[in-house]
Design a protein around this ligand. Structure first.
Ligand code: COI
Length: 356
């Protein structure tokens, strides 16, 4: 068990809201648990650690995060096993990625003890919010933003780190329809596409809205230069099965998020002796694969969505239909297996789960 010795000034709510939620109706990110963790960065160090009741915070309208977008976040989950044990899924991977985002956005690193102790002590306090019902989990949203009161375009000297948690059911309950985006771009070489910077999500809203007006759930991003190569899907990484090979765009450029669910699925595919290719994936290859029947699966993978089956891919005004009904498909088997690891029903051979 990870040591949780950080001194956190804790104020416990007198009115838990746990009875206000219905485990059968938990849209993603709509409800928040009773408490939040807050830490402040001032004079070159993290300090003022507190857990307090979730609620509004006073804030100056001049903080630089509001003007220049110096904000990064993470997404992770706590699960309750069938035996009632609460566990986090690969939390140190989120910390690693958060600190990579922080470096690119000129923000301070979060030390491991601040990240882990803050989350662990808070999830322990709010542990009844980790619902055991099938498909439910506690989504954990750590985020950091610049708090200097200044309108000059320069990096802030003060920052706030907050962790919120939100009980949630499945992000997508049905297979999704994705449009291959050929006009707008999310990321470009040298930019911040590999980070979880808030702006990456802000720029996605307008193209997503246009795609939704055409009947799609989200877009599949392509490279900013020629729109010939697949990058990621909406707010998920994207994977395909062609023959017996799992194919996914490589994250070796800096335009694609290094997904923890993506990495977990690649590891499991290799455990199961499946061939895995991380490489450039052209739109042409995907469309040809669907047309020839060689492409048998397409799906998005991410913390919020876990595994989201793709039933149709729209490209240049035409829909290409992808099979989603095979109960033996890799995507269905791996989604079930990951869930089994989280629920304590399958052996956690890679040591991914961290007990709360
Ligand atoms: C996650 O899967 O945690 C994400 O970051 C997606 C989120 C923007 C809903």
């Amino acid at each position: 068990m990870i040591d949780t010795s950080l001194l956190i000034n804790t104020t416990v709510t007198r009115h838990s809201r746990i009875n206000e939620i219905d485990p059968k109706n938990l849209p993603f990110g709509k409800y928040f648990s009773d408490h939040m963790f807050i830490a402040d960065y001032k004079d070159g160090e993290w300090q003022d650690f507190k857990i307090m009741p979730y609620g509004p915070l006073p804030m100056s309208p001049s903080i630089s995060a509001l003007h220049y977008g110096q904000e990064i976040f993470e997404g992770m989950k706590a699960h309750r096993t069938d035996a009632g044990v609460v566990q986090l899924f690969r939390p140190l991977e989120n910390l690693k990625r958060m600190n990579a985002s922080a470096q690119r956005m000129c923000m301070p690193n979060i030390p491991e003890n601040v990240f882990m102790d803050g989350i662990l002590q808070m999830v322990r306090l709010d542990n009844k919010w980790v619902l055991g019902e099938e498909g439910c989990s506690l989504y954990i949203r750590p985020f950091m933003f610049a708090t200097d009161e200044a309108l000059g375009v320069k990096t802030s000297g003060s920052f706030r780190f907050i962790v919120l948690t939100s009980p949630t059911g499945p992000y997508y309950s049905d297979p999704v329809r994705m449009k291959i985006e050929t006009k707008f771009a999310r990321a470009f070489e040298g930019g911040v596409g590999f980070t979880k910077a808030a702006g990456n999500y802000g720029v996605s809203l307008y193209p997503a809205r246009l795609a939704q007006q055409e009947g799609y759930t989200q877009v599949i991003w392509t490279d900013a230069k020629d729109h010939e190569y697949i990058e990621e899907a909406g707010m998920m990484n994207v994977m395909f099965v062609i023959g017996n090979t799992l194919i996914t765009p490589s994250i070796s450029g800096n335009t694609i998020l290094s997904g923890i669910t993506r990495d977990s699925l690649i590891t499991l595919a290799k455990d199961w002796n499946m061939k895995v290719e991380e490489r450039r994936v052209s739109v042409k290859e995907i469309i040809n694969g669907i047309n020839s029947g060689d492409l048998t699966e397409a799906f998005g993978v991410g913390t919020a969505a876990t595994v989201a089956l793709i039933s149709a891919i729209g490209y240049n005004g035409k829909d290409y239909i992808v099979p989603v009904n095979n109960p033996e498909s890799f995507s269905k088997r791996v989604a079930k297996h990951i869930n089994n690891i989280r629920k304590g029903r399958a052996e956690d051979i890679h040591g991914w789960m961290v007990k709360v």
